[in-house]
Design a protein around this ligand. Structure first.
Ligand code: GAL
Length: 342
């Protein structure tokens, strides 16, 4: 009998997600309302049984992407009902910053601090998107206020771990190497061993870099790799199931939704292998990622894994909606199914 049980255990898939355990997010009624949550391109961290959602504040009308009050914060115990906690990071700490996008926060156990990263752009005096830096702020308290530390174009004069001689023939790599790498859409990822990484879109939006952070999580080390070279990926989200890393990105069509891209790797520095489009839905859902672009992944208390995305409304950004999908993972196959409907 014992050996029979052992055999059954042996043949059970190691990890499954989305096996019918329901949370308030997947009861179908819980679309997150943009009039109650204004936190776009955001990120969620959990602490002591609560979830904290940081994001961009959008405003009304054509200038609604320029509100730039800072980073808003919402709190929830269930990922469905969100309570406004105010502005966790105020943009007026850095006069040069006009645009702040995709804020993400991680907890640094070593220093007992919360570290926030964001993409900053449109410096005063520039009239196009050419600043392309990563900003960093910190707080002892998860709710803030977060204090601006510095901003970077990372990895100046630093060769990637997967450096190839002809990398210098690529003018975008060469110019980033010489002056610091332009950094736009990005995400943070904290691994099981406590190492944290910033994954940013660089080289004029052509190539992603995966860069190891130092143990304060406020700086890059000199260890980074160029991944999905010339793949033109945006909006990266990374999560890990068992020992496998998964990355979901979008293509590069600005505010217009496009197909989700799924990549898999057993090493965060790559190589990353492209998999089939993970979206389960109508042909239109598949072509447009349910008309949304990925923002962050989060696991609920029941062990379900979700991707939150933004459905941008560029003419009236305050109306941009959120689209929540559930990750289903079984026998090595990963898919994304929409939670709720329009
Ligand atoms: C998106 C990007 C957003 C924002 C937008 C501007 O693709 O993910 O964060 O930068 O482009 O066009």
């Amino acid at each position: 009998m014992k050996s029979c049980i052992a055999l059954i255990i042996l043949f059970l898939p190691l990890f499954t997600y989305g096996e019918g355990v329901s949370s308030c997010l997947n009861d179908g009624e819980n679309n997150i309302n943009p009039s109650s949550v204004n936190a776009h391109g955001g990120g969620v961290v959990s602490s002591k049984g609560m979830y904290y959602w940081f994001g961009e504040v959008k405003g009304k009308g054509m200038d609604g992407n320029k509100v730039q009050q800072g980073v808003s914060l919402y709190e929830s115990s269930d990922l469905c009902n969100w309570k406004y906690k105010g502005v966790a990071y105020s943009s007026n700490q850095n006069n040069n910053v006009i645009y702040l996008e995709r804020p993400k926060v991680i907890y640094n156990k070593r220093n007992n601090e919360y570290i926030m990263w964001f993409h900053i752009d449109y410096r005063k005096g520039f009239n196009n998107e050419s600043y392309a830096r990563l900003g960093v702020a910190e707080s002892k308290n998860i709710e803030g206020p977060y204090k601006f530390i510095t901003s970077y174009r990372p990895n100046k004069d630093t060769k990637p771990v997967n450096f190839q001689k002809n990398d210098f023939n690529d003018m975008y790599f060469k110019s980033g190497y010489e002056s610091g790498f332009d950094s736009r859409d990005f995400t943070l990822f904290k691994d099981d061993d406590g190492k944290a990484y910033v994954i940013y879109n660089s080289e004029m939006n052509n190539t992603l870099h995966v860069a190891l952070l130092d143990d304060t999580y406020t700086r890059v080390t000199n260890e980074y790799s160029r991944v999905l070279i010339n793949g033109r990926n945006e909006a990266p989200v990374i999560f890990k199931i068992d020992k496998t890393y998964f990355m979901i990105t979008s293509g590069l069509t600005g505010w217009k939704a496009n197909q989700a891209r799924l990549f898999e790797s057993d090493n965060i520095f790559g190589p990353w292998i492209r998999k089939n489009n993970p979206i389960k839905g109508t042909p239109e859902d598949i072509a447009t990622t349910f008309n949304s672009q990925s923002a962050f992944s989060i696991e609920d208390k029941l062990g379900n894994l979700f991707i939150f995305g933004d459905r941008w409304s560029p003419h009236n950004p305050i109306e941009s909606k959120y689209v929540v999908s559930e990750i289903k993972y079984n026998n090595g196959n990963l898919s994304m199914e929409r939670i709720g409907n329009d």
